[in-house]
Design a protein around this ligand. Structure first.
Ligand SMILES: C[S@@+](CC[C@H](N)C(=O)[O-])C[C@H]1O[C@@H](n2cnc3c(N)ncnc32)[C@H](O)[C@@H]1O
Length: 371
C-alpha cells in the first residue's frame, strides 16, 4: 500500500471491523489510506485515498473528478458511448458507470459501496444528468462479496435499447440483455481507427453486434462478422440495415472452428479483426490461453495476403503486453509470415490506467501488416 497499490488481500489484514463500510486503514505508523472494506471479500481493502480524512467526502470527490474528465467529450457528442467511471482507474474502486446516449448503466462490485448508491447518484445527477440509470449488477463476482445478482432501474424510464453514435455510424445497444453493460466501449477508438483501411474483403471475428464490421463496411466490398452469440448477431444485422450497409454478412460460429475451416479452404481476406473475450481469466489459465491466442493469430495470419492487415486484441490483464507481442511473434514465425507492426494501441482514454495498479491496463491492440 505504501507503493499506492490500493488492494489488501484477506490474508494480509491483521484485524478490522466486522461490517463492510468506508474506513481509514491504519498501520503502526498511522493512517495509510481511506478504503472500501469488506471482511468477507478476498480483496478486503480497496483504497481510494492515501491521506487521513473523512472517507465519504473523499470518495465522492473522486467520483466528481472522474465525471469532470468526461464532461467535454459528452458535451461534444451527447449521443455517444463513454465510460464515465472506470473503478480503480478513477480511484472509485469497484464502481463502473457507462454512458449510452444519455442513459447510464452502473455496476457495483463491493458490499461497502452498495449502501452508498444513493449518495453516488446525487453526484452523478449533479455533474452529468442522465435520462435513466440501470443497475446491471449481474456480475458473478458480486456473489463473492455477498451481494445479490440483480438488474433493476434506479431512476427514469430505462429503454430496452438505445442508439449510440460512434464516428459516422450508429449502433444499437441492448441495455438489459447485452453483454457487459451493453457494449464494449473500450474498443471505440480502435474501431474508428480501422475506418482508414480499404480493400475487398474483411473479417470481423468475435464481432459482438458487428462493432468493427460497421466501421469497415464503407471501405470494403464484403464484410463477414463472426460470433458465437446469435443474439449479438441479430443486432449486428439490425445495425447493418440501420446504417444502410448491405455488404455485412453474419455467421454464427465458434471462431476457432471457423478460422480452421477458412484455412482449409485457403480463403483470403484483406483485413481481419480478432477481438476474443478474455481467454486468461486468471494466472492458472495463462499457459492454455497463450496457446489459444497464438492459434487464433497464426490462423488469421495465414488467411492474409501480402499487404493484408491484422487488427488483433487481448483484453486479458494476465497476458501482459510483452507476452502479447511474444505470442504474436511466435504466431508470425510459425505461419512463416513477415509481419510489420503498424501501431500499438490500447483501451480508450475513458478507461484510464493507473501506473500503480497494473490490473487497470488490460487491453492490448496491435495493428499489423503482412509484408
Ligand atoms: C470482447 S467481445 C468482442 C467485442 C467486439 N469486437 C466489439 O468491439 O464490440 C468478445 C465476443 O466474442 C464472442 N465469443 C466468445 N467466445 C466465442 C467463440 N468461441 N467463438 C466466437 N465468438 C465468441 C462473444 O459473444 C463476444 O461477442
Amino acid at each position: 500500500m505504501l507503493a499506492r497499490h490500493p488492494w489488501v488481500y484477506k490474508s494480509d489484514v491483521l484485524n478490522g471491523p466486522q461490517t463492510p463500510g468506508l474506513y481509514p486503514v491504519q498501520s503502526s505508523k498511522g493512517v495509510l489510506a481511506l478504503a472500501l472494506y469488506n471482511p468477507d471479500s478476498e480483496i478486503t481493502v480497496r483504497a481510494f485515498g492515501f491521506a487521513a480524512g473523512e472517507p465519504l467526502p473523499v470518495l465522492l470527490e473522486n467520483l466528481r473528478k472522474a465525471l469532470w474528465r468526461r464532461k467535454a467529450a459528452i458535451q461534444a457528442n451527447p449521443q455517444g458511448g463513454y465510460r464515465l467511471v472506470h473503478a480503480e482507474g478513477d480511484l472509485v474502486p469497484a464502481l463502473v458507470l457507462d454512458y449510452y446516449a444519455g442513459h447510464g448503466v452502473l455496476q457495483v462490485g463491493s458490499a461497502a459501496l452498495e449502501p452508498l448508491t444513493g449518495a453516488l447518484l446525487e453526484v452523478i445527477q449533479a455533474e452529468i444528468p442522465l435520462q435513466s440509470l440501470l443497475a446491471k449488477n449481474d456480475q458473478k463476482s458480486r456473489g463473492l462479496e455477498g451481494l445479490a445478482l440483480e438488474v433493476k432501474p434506479l431512476y427514469g424510464q430505462v429503454p430496452q435499447t438505445v442508439y449510440v453514435q460512434e464516428g459516422d455510424i450508429r449502433y444499437r445497444v441492448d441495455l438489459r440483455e447485452g453483454q457487459k453493460t451493453g457494449a464494449f466501449i473500450d474498443q471505440r477508438d480502435n474501431r474508428m481507427r480501422l475506418r482508414e483501411f480499404r480493400g475487398k474483403t474483411a473479417l470481423d471475428v468475435f464481432s459482438y453486434h458487428g462493432s468493427f464490421a460497421l466501421h469497415l463496411a464503407p471501405n470494403f466490398e464484403r464484410v463477414i462478422a463472426v460470433d458465437s452469440s446469435a443474439a449479438a448477431l441479430e443486432r449486428a444485422t439490425q445495425n447493418a440495415s440501420s446504417n444502410k450497409f448491405s455488404d455485412i454478412q453474419t455467421q454464427e460460429a465458434n471462431a476457432f472452428e471457423f478460422l480452421r475451416a477458412e484455412e482449409k479452404r485457403r480463403a483470403q481476406y484483406d483485413l481481419i479483426v480478432l477481438d476474443p473475450p478474455a481467454l486468461a481469466k486468471n494466472k492458472r489459465d495463462l499457459e492454455k490461453a497463450y496457446a489459444a491466442y497464438k492459434e487464433l493469430n497464426l490462423r488469421a495470419m495465414k488467411l492474409l495476403p501480402v499487404g493484408g492487415i491484422l487488427a488483433t486484441a487481448s483484453c486479458s490483464h494476465h497476458l501482459s503486453e510483452s507476452l502479447f507481442y511474444q505470442m504474436l511473434y511466435e504466431a508470425a514465425a510459425d505461419a512463416h509470415r513477415t509481419v510489420h507492426i503498424i501501431e500499438k494501441r490500447t483501451q480508450g482514454w475513458d478507461h484510464p490506467v493507473l501506473l500503480n495498479v497494473p490490473e487497470t491496463y488490460y487491453l492490448k491492440f496491435a495493428l499489423l501488416e503482412v509484408m
